[in-house]
Design a protein around this ligand. Structure first.
Ligand SMILES: [Zn+2]
Length: 383
C-alpha cells in the first residue's frame, strides 16, 4: 500500500488508507450541537473507530440516566417555549409490573410540559441495561410504542411537549392519551387515539403508579455504570489535545495513558480521571461551571494540563499532558486562558478569558458577554 495515501487514526493508532477515514466530532454532537467547530472537528479518525466508539463510548454517556436527567433539567434554564423544537425529555428509568408481556419493558419519560410518556419496547441484553432505550441498534429496528399521557392544561406548554414527543419518538408507533384534536390531520402528525389495548396499559399505569398531588413520587429503576464517563473523557482528551498539539502528541506518554483508558473496558488504572461524583473535592463547583450549559476549560497545574468539562453543573476532568515542555505550553497558552460556554438548547456559544469569567462569577467585574448570556435565561419550569 502506498504510504502517501495512508494516515494514522488518533484513536486506534493504526495506519490506514485515507479512504477509510471520516469526519469526527470529538465531543459528541448530541452534547454540544455542532458548536466549537474549529476545536471539535477532526478528519483523522477511521470510520471503524467513528462507528464503534460512537456506539460504545459516546452512546454510553449520552444515553445514561445521569446525563439524560441533567441535560433535560439544565436545558430548561434556557428553553424558549415558542421556538424550541428540540426540548429534551426527562428520563425517569424503567417501570415494572405493567401488563405488557415478558419480552417487553416500559420506560417512563417526562415531557417539558410535565406530561408522562410511556415507551414500550423489546428487552435488550444486559450489556445495554444502563442505556435509555436499551440497545440502540435494536431500537432502530424495533422502535416500539410510545404513549403520551397529557397532564397539561396550558396550550403553549402542551404544544411544546407534543413537539418534543414527536421528535424523540420519530419512528415509534405513537399514541396520545387525554387529548382530543378537532382537526383529524393532527392525529397523523402526533399520534393515534388509544385503542383498547393502549387504554388498558394507561389505566394499569395509573393504578400501579398513582400520581400524588404533592411530590409525585413513583418508583422506577435505572442502572448506572460507575465509570460510564471514563472512556468518553479519554476519547475527548485525545481528540482535543491532538487538535491543539498536532501529530507529535501521538508520540507522547500522555497519549499512551489516554489510549489505554480509551481501550480499557474494565476501568482499572484510571486514576488521572476526575470522577463525576467526586467533583466537589477538586474545586468549588461554581468556579468552572455555568447553569444550563456545558463549560470546556483547560488548566495547568503541577506541570500537568487538565481538561475540565462541566456538563450541566457536573464536573469531570482528565489529565491531557503530564510533564510538558516549553513548546507544548506555548501551543496550549491560548486555550489555558479561555473558557468556552456552550448552551446547546439555544445553539449558543461564548468564548471568554478564564480571568474575566472568574471575576464575573465572583461579582467583582461585569462582562457584556456574560450579562447577555444571563439575559437569555428563561428559567422554564415544566409544571
Ligand atoms: Zn481507528
Amino acid at each position: 500500500m502506498n504510504t502517501l495515501t495512508q494516515k494514522k487514526c488518533i484513536y486506534c493508532n493504526k495506519r490506514k488508507d485515507r479512504t477509510e477515514f471520516s469526519k469526527e466530532h470529538i465531543i459528541p454532537e448530541t452534547l454540544i450541537k455542532n458548536l466549537l467547530i474549529d476545536l471539535n472537528i477532526t478528519h483523522d479518525v477511521c470510520k471503524k473507530c467513528n462507528n464503534n466508539l460512537g456506539l460504545h463510548v459516546d452512546s454510553r454517556f449520552a444515553r445514561s440516566w445521569i446525563y439524560k436527567f441533567y441535560c433535560a433539567l439544565g436545558s430548561y434554564e434556557y428553553l424558549r417555549i415558542d421556538k424550541t423544537n428540540d426540548a429534551p425529555l426527562i428520563y425517569w428509568g424503567k417501570i415494572d409490573n405493567l401488563n405488557i408481556g415478558n419480552e417487553y419493558i416500559c420506560e417512563l419519560w417526562g415531557s417539558p410540559c410535565g406530561s408522562r410518556i410511556l415507551h414500550i419496547h423489546n428487552k435488550s441484553s444486559f450489556e445495554f441495561d444502563d442505556l435509555a432505550g436499551g440497545d440502540p441498534k435494536q431500537l432502530r429496528k424495533r422502535p416500539g410504542i410510545a404513549i403520551f399521557i397529557n397532564m397539561q392544561k396550558s396550550q403553549d406548554k402542551l404544544l411544546l411537549g407534543l413537539r418534543a414527543f414527536v421528535r424523540h419518538f420519530k419512528k415509534a408507533k405513537r399514541y396520545i392519551n387525554n387529548i382530543t384534536f378537532r382537526d383529524e390531520e393532527n392525529y397523523s402528525i402526533v399520534g393515534d387515539k388509544p385503542n383498547t389495548y393502549i387504554q388498558n396499559i394507561v389505566d394499569d399505569f395509573f393504578i400501579k403508579y398513582p400520581i400524588k398531588e404533592d411530590g409525585q413520587l413513583i418508583s422506577q429503576k435505572f442502572f448506572v455504570n460507575i465509570d460510564f464517563e471514563n472512556r468518553l473523557l479519554a476519547k475527548i482528551g485525545i481528540g482535543l489535545a491532538y487538535n491543539i498539539l498536532g501529530p507529535s502528541f501521538l508520540e507522547t506518554d500522555s497519549y499512551k495513558d489516554l489510549y489505554n483508558t480509551l481501550w480499557n473496558k474494565s476501568s482499572d488504572n484510571n486514576l488521572f480521571i476526575l470522577n463525576f461524583f467526586k467533583s466537589f473535592e477538586i474545586a468549588p463547583l461554581d468556579q468552572f461551571s455555568w447553569k444550563g450549559g456545558i463549560v470546556i476549560s483547560f488548566h495547568s497545574t503541577n506541570n500537568k494540563i487538565i481538561l475540565c468539562l462541566s456538563i450541566y453543573n457536573n464536573i469531570i476532568g482528565i489529565e491531557l499532558v503530564n510533564n510538558f515542555d516549553g513548546d507544548i505550553y506555548k501551543k496550549f497558552t491560548k486555550y489555558l486562558n479561555t473558557v468556552y460556554i456552550v448552551i446547546p438548547i439555544i445553539k449558543y456559544c461564548v468564548e471568554i478569558s478564564y480571568y474575566d469569567f472568574l471575576l464575573y462569577k465572583t461579582g467583582n467585574k461585569s462582562s457584556r458577554l456574560l450579562v447577555q448570556l444571563d439575559e437569555m435565561r428563561t428559567n422554564f419550569r415544566p409544571y
